[in-house]
Unconditional design. Sequence first.
Length: 168
Amino acid sequence: MSSANAAAAPASTTAPSGNIELPEALQAIRDQAAAAGLPFAGTVNPQTAWELFSTGQVLLVDVRTAEERKFVGQVPDTLHVAWATGTAMSRNPRFVRELESRIGGKQVPALLLCRSGKRSAAAAEAATKAGLTCIFNISEGFEGEIDAHGQRGHGDGWRFHGLPWVQD
């Protein structure tokens, strides 16, 4: 997927109600999330996220800081809207407005990625509360959880699973 394609809404059909039809895998996840009472559309594992993103079915939005993307690495051709910024991790007050603008609307399916899956879950919840209807969290995040040795990336996360990423 080229950078130009990443910025455009994914190709999809429109249901008679005017809602964008979700890929089958995401519809099942969304149904499970609704049944469980999740405050956003659902959680997708990294492998499914890559499959959906690499085939142009969804957008992938990295919600980490610009510094994390630069120094830790990032998934190629993704969008970036920081959930929080700076060393104090101050919440971006324009996050939802920026996210909606970058993905191209309230009904566009987008997967959010952070370091471990926690910030992206909070970001997905905020976006959903603001009326974005197809926002999903990517479980495990880019680096995964901290292990017994105080390190990330050894048991889960995007990089652990060997999915594509680049580093500046």
